[in-house]
Structures are given as C-alpha cells and as structure tokens.
Design a binder for this molecule. Structure first.
Ligand code: NAI
Length: 455
C-alpha cells in the first residue's frame, strides 16, 4: 500500500498537537497532523475559550448590576444567553480558523480523520486514517481527554436523553435551566456554576470531598465558596450522587439519602485520557491508570514515540500541553530541554478569580518541606481599593525555610489569572526573598500585592 510520508506524525489537533506541528516545522521537519473533530481541541472548542467568553459576559453583567455605587447608571440590565452563546460561537470560529491558518502557513499536512496506530515497519511508524496509510520517523500522541462518566444508575440514560450533560453539551444550551445541579466542585463545575447562577439558574453544587476546588489552598477555596454562596449558589459537600432520573437526582451524605429536584445535571467529576481506539497496543505503548506513561522528555516506552497533553494524565491543562509539545519536539530535534511541573499555574476563572502556582501548605507538609507563610489582604493594594468598594481578596505566599525561596503562591481576587505567571517566574528563578524584594512592580496595580506580601 502506498503511504504518505512525513518526518513526524501527530495524533490530535488540540493545543499539544498543533503546537507540536508548528514547532516541528519551524525546526525543519515535515509534519502530518490528524484531527477527527475541529482543530483546537477541547481548549478552543468546548473548554478554555468558550467558558471564558461565558464568564466574561457574567462579569460584565455583575459589574453592570452594581454600577450605581461607582457613579454609573445602567437601567434594565439583563443577560441574554442567546446572544452570549452566539458570541461564544463566533469567538471559537475565529480562533479555530486562526489555528487552521497557522497550520497552513507552516505547511502542516492536516488529515481530518481518526488516526489509528498500525505498528512499525523498519524505521517508520505506520498510521491509518480514513483508509489511507501514513508513515513517519517519529510519532507524537496528543489525543487529549474525555469527561469521566461514572456508572451511576440513570446517568447513561440521562446523557442520552439530555437531562444530564457534560461540559461539552452544556456550552451549547440554547436556554438557561431554571434549576441546575452541578456534580463535582472542580474547575469545570465551579466555572459553570458561576456562569449559570449569574445568568439566572438556581444552582446546587454537589461535591464528594469536604472542600471545593480540588488541590487549591484550603483557605482560598473557603473564600471562593463563601463568595459563591453569597451569590446564591448552594454547596453540598461530602455528598455523593447515587441516582439520576428525569427531573431529580438522589444523593447521599453520611448515609442519609436526599432527593434534589433539578431541570438539568452537569456531570463534571474529572476527565480521563482518551487512549481508547488509538491502537496503542500495536506498538506496546505503556499506560498506567488509563494514561500514557512518559518521562521528562515526553518519551513513551517506545523510542521515537512521545505523548503530550492530557493523554499522559500528568497535568490536564492547555498551558502544560503547550510546554510538553515544545519539550517533545526539542528532544526530537536534539535540543537540550526537559519538562518541569513545579511551577505550572492553575486558574479558576470565577469572579473573583483564583490563581495558584507551586506548593500548597498541604503538599509542602506531605513532602516534609519546612515553610514560612506570608499573606496579605488585597485591600493593601491601592488599585484594588480604587476599583472595589466592598469585596476583598487574598495573596498567600509560601517560602521554603532554609533557602528563603518562593515555593507557592495563591491568589484570590481580580486579575489573579494575569498576575500568577509572575509568581511562576519567581518560583522557576529560585531567587531568595531578598532578591525578589528588589523587583520593581508598576504602580498602581493589583499585582503590587505580591510585592507587599514579601515585607
Ligand atoms: P476536577 O478533577 O478538577 O474536579 C472534579 C471534582 O469532582 C473533584 O472535586 C471530585 O472530588 C469531584 N467528584 C468526583 N466524583 C464525584 C461524585 N461521584 N460526586 C460528587 N463529586 C465528585 O475535574 P473537572 O472540573 O471536571 O475538570 C477536568 C479537567 O479540566 C481538570 O484537569 C481541569 O484542570 C481542567 N480544566 C481546567 C480549567 C482551567 O484551567 N480554568 C477549566 C476547565 C477544566
């Protein structure tokens, strides 16, 4: 069979895959990129970007509602979900076509079909897609992840008939449900709870653990929960869903069952690597807990095969995927590089935003790292006071006792998402606090709170 050859075959056109294709061609390699859905993956089509357009509309609406205290009169303020969704669709289209243009500009061969690994012949990896054969010297697996759907009675039927949805379908709702129940208080659950509550839904969030926002610093997640409760969102912590049915669901806390009436249930209890149907067995690629095993060069156990992005299950974030793509391609191009996971920021785009990087008190304790905490209310920032009358936020920094280096930064407040990279750089730089104190921050900015917290 005739095969189309390129230096590098990339499965998946999300952030990991398309950046790998771009970097590979910049490095002089020829690349074929396989994508069965739209380019841009979950991030552009049904994750990061669409949720940010929704949350931006929610933020504008919230500002408009309290604008009179700031001397701005806005009457009959309302949020029109239909318009918000139309705008979301436009934004997604713009960005997806941007990726398409970029791939064309880099002469990436795009194959719009599902790729299945067939094995290896001589030095070449073989892939089949839509009846056509492809060969390549290197193989990069960037096939992403999918929403976890646990075997709870009634859930499968709920997803089929529409009374339960995942993060994919909820973004395409035409109307705001009167009563929304969110299962899982992780990033997806909290961001969607925030939007739909602002847009008019009566929202209940059910979380199995005793706190929201997963690995987020406990103090910050408590502040976020209080803020969301003040906006009318109800939280049921330490609670598990046991059954779904049209119009209601059953949950259980400490052995006591409870019935919750709901128009819609969002299932957001995590994601898992999309390893099925890729043909990993044809090459004997190792997986562990359902994700492809990789080293810090993003190599799998098979020389020449790399796995980047959600598929390796290490840190399911688009920005991690970008960096992993560069590390994998650099290894192929024999450039010195390796992946570090110690300073990867995580953001929850609620209002206020939560942004964190590095160690929390809990992870530092678990590692036996001795640390010093410094923290300050956001109200020590002049710009924060200028822009916010009643609310507050927090900046919490962790320094390692011996080295005096910043090892963790946790923020809740406006612009936190835009400030956190500064803290990530400080962690990566390994500078002790006395050196960090010499950095000049622009005034007045909310980011100055980081500098204030040093002293
Ligand atoms: P997650 O892992 O962040 O949170 C899932 C939550 O569901 C956990 O708190 C867990 O305890 C809870 N849970 C699990 N089973 C449950 C059950 N049966 N009943 C009640 N609660 C249950 O997963 P999520 O929110 O679905 O996000 C998936 C991935 O997408 C994450 O890796 C996240 O980092 C990424 N993501 C990142 C965003 C960002 O950076 N802003 C936005 C959206 C997603």
């Amino acid at each position: 069979m005739e095969r189309i050859h390129s230096d590098i075959l990339i499965i998946g056109g999300g952030p990991a895959g398309y950046l790998a294709a771009e970097r590979a061609t910049q490095g002089g390699l020829t690349a074929t990129l396989f994508e069965k859905r739209a380019l841009g993956g979950v991030c552009l089509n049904e994750g990061c970007i669409p949720t940010k357009t929704y949350l931006n509309s929610a933020k504008i609406y919230e500002y408009a509602q309290k604008s009179s205290a700031y001397g701005v009169t806005a009457e009959n303020v309302s949020l029109n979900h239909k318009v918000v969704k139309e705008r979301k669709d436009k934004v997604v289209k713009t960005l997806v076509s941007g990726v398409e243009h970029k791939m064309k500009a880099h002469k990436v061969n795009i194959v719009r079909a599902a790729a299945v690994i067939q094995g290896k012949e001589g030095e070449a990896f073989i892939i089949e897609a839509d009846g056509v054969g492809y060969s390549g010297r290197y193989l990069v697996i960037a096939a992403g992840s999918e929403a976890m759907v646990p075997p709870i009675p009634g859930l499968k039927e709920g997803l089929e008939t529409g009374y339960a949805v995942t993060s994919r379908e909820i973004l395409d709702l035409q109307e705001i449900p009167m009563k929304l129940t969110v299962i899982g208080a992780g990033v997806v659950g909290l961001e969607m709870a925030a939007y739909f509550a602002t847009a008019g839904s009566n929202v209940t969030v059910i979380e199995m653990l005793s706190k929201i926002a997963g690995y987020t610093d406990a103090e910050i997640s408590e502040l976020l929960m209080k803020d969301m409760q003040n906006k009318g969102i109800e939280f049921k912590l330490g609670c598990k869903v046991t059954e779904f049915a049209p119009g209601f669901l059953m949950c259980e806390k400490d052995g006591t069952p409870e019935r919750i009436e709901t128009d819609l249930a969002l299932i957001s209890i995590g994601r898992r690597a999309a390893t099925k149907k890729l043909g990993l067995d044809a090459l004997g690629i190792y997986t562990e807990n359902g994700a492809v095993v990789t080293d810090n060069n993003m190599r799998t156990n098979i020389p020449g095969v790399y796995a980047i992005g959600d598929i390796n299950g290490k840190s399911m974030l688009a920005h991690t995927a970008y960096r992993e793509a560069e590390v994998a391609v650099n290894h192929i191009l024999q450039k010195k590089d390796y992946m570090r996971y110690t300073a990867i920021p995580a953001v929850i785009y609620t209002s206020p935003e939560v942004a964190c990087v590095g160690e929390t008190e809990e992870t530092a304790k678990n590692k036996g790292t001795e640390y010093v905490i410094k923290k300050l209310s956001m109200r020590y920032s002049g710009r924060f006071i200028a822009e916010n009358d009643k609310s507050d936020g927090l900046c919490k920094l962790l320094f390692e006792k011996g080295t005096q280096r910043l090892i963790g930064a946790h923020l809740i407040g406006p612009y936190a998402s835009e400030m956190i990279y500064g803290a990530a750089m400080m962690i990566e730089s390994c500078w002790p606090i006395d050196d960090l104190k010499e950095i000049v921050f622009p005034h007045p900015t909310v980011s100055e709170i980081i500098r204030e917290t040093f002293f």
